[in-house]
Design a protein around this ligand. Structure first.
Ligand code: ZN
Length: 407
């Protein structure tokens, strides 16, 4: 099985390298925005959007024109990759998977990518990497890179630069050491409830940092824009954002690693996180309902990172030889796992589930997880018999994992 994995390190660039990286990231942003402007114009005039090749042709023109001759100082591959990113964003928009791509702003995910491994020299022994027009860059070697280098992304966040090295290697298909199957119900009060009754408390890293963030943001708004004090205040705000992100990533990785190592099959509700967190305000013609409550919920959902949770579970399970099954979220909170009765009365309060038919009582989230697990088993049986093959469920699966699950 081919295993793609990225390894990320903090860079220790020299002053000149830092300035160069800022310049390159800025050039990539410029190219992205210019190309997006072009596509937008064509879209509004009803013309067909330009493909990647067409955009590359324009890029060559821009690099040769006297107005934007400075673009030629940046390596051409990362600039082309910016066009590739735009191309993908447009494709996602036309496939109705995403909103129309937006213009990039300075300081928001500044990054650029070197796609050609032939141009990259990687010297792990001396903790350094060679990139075109940047030279040798030193990095904090916190762990070994496994596999062959495929591409390299440089990014900046919170005033620091990072290198992410994407690799590919042939990994043996491991058999899951665990044999159990489990259902997971995600929620606000409990981040994830497992069908065995255990649960993971939410982190809400954002909440904890929120007050401090608000204070710093207020401080920033009182300063004269673009003054030195304003820049300092902005750096403080950005540092908090970085810290929140780090807390969340750490939390999610720990949670998904533990769960994926302990279970061979995981069933999870197929929540459309994107729909759930869609704007509560509504449009000008149709104002939204419960704006306040929903914006609170939106924040909590995004805070929790459910989509990322599911993504990590999916690939980590695949690495461990298990697999993830997504099931439709219908009546999972209202069905009795004991007698199967479906009734809204079964759940009178948020936390408590009490069946009106057989009197079965349990925590409502655990009931949700049990129902998800049952639906997962049913779905799994269908898939194994070849009746249904749905792309909605996990894409990586193995027969060895299947055998383990059914045992
Ligand atoms: Zn019942």
């Amino acid at each position: 099985m081919k295993r793609l994995q990225a390894f990320k390190y903090e860079l220790m660039p020299r002053g000149e390298q830092q300035r160069q990286m800022r310049r390159f990231a800025g050039s990539c942003r410029f190219v992205f925005n210019k190309a997006l402007g072009l596509q937008k114009e064509r879209y509004e005039q009803g013309e067909k959007k330009l493909g990647y090749a067409g955009l590359c042709k324009r890029l060559t023109e821009w690099r040769n024109s006297t107005e934007t001759v400075w673009l030629a100082a940046s390596p051409v591959h990362p600039l082309q990759q910016a066009l590739k990113d735009l191309e993908r964003a447009c494709t996602n928009f036309f496939a109705k998977r995403a909103d129309f791509p937006r213009f990039k702003k300075k300081g928001q995910s500044d990054s650029f990518r070197y796609p050609d491994p032939k141009q990259i020299k990687f010297d792990q022994g001396h903790s350094r990497i060679f990139l075109p027009k940047l030279g040798w860059l030193r990095y904090r070697n916190s762990r070994d890179v496994l596999g062959a280098v495929k591409n390299v992304t440089l990014s900046s966040s919170g005033g620091k630069w990072y290198v992410s090295i994407q690799t590919e290697r042939e990994a043996e298909q491991s058999l899951p050491s665990a044999t159990t199957a489990i259902g997971i119900d995600v929620g606000i009060a409990r981040f994830a409830t497992l069908s065995d009754g255990s649960y993971i408390a939410p982190l809400n890293s954002f909440r904890k940092h929120e007050q401090r963030l608000a204070r710093y943001q207020r401080g920033m708004s009182r300063k004269t824009k673009f003054s030195n004090n304003w820049k300092k205040a902005k750096a403080r705000v950005q540092r908090i954002h970085v810290r929140i992100g780090n807390c969340r990533r750490d939390f999610l990785h720990k949670a998904t690693t533990t769960i994926s190592q302990n279970h061979a099959m995981i069933a999870i509700e197929d929540l459309q996180v994107r729909n759930m967190s869609k704007s509560a305000v509504g449009t000008a013609e149709r104002l939204g309902k419960n704006v306040r409550a929903k914006s609170g919920l939106n924040k909590a959902i995004l805070d929790q990172g459910w989509a990322e949770f599911r993504r990590q579970l999916d690939y980590k399970l695949a690495w461990n030889g298990g697999h993830l099954i997504a099931v439709a979220a219908r009546n999972t909170s209202r069905t009795c796992p004991c007698c199967g009765q479906v009734s809204a009365d079964n759940r009178r309060t948020q936390e408590r589930f009490a069946c009106v038919g057989c009197g079965f009582e349990e925590n409502a989230d655990v009931v949700g997880a049990l129902n998800v697990l049952r639906a997962g088993h049913a779905r799994f049986a269908c898939e194994v018999s070849g009746a249904v093959m749905s792309p909605a469920a996990g894409t990586h699966r193995s027969d060895s994992g299947a055998a383990q699950c059914r045992a």
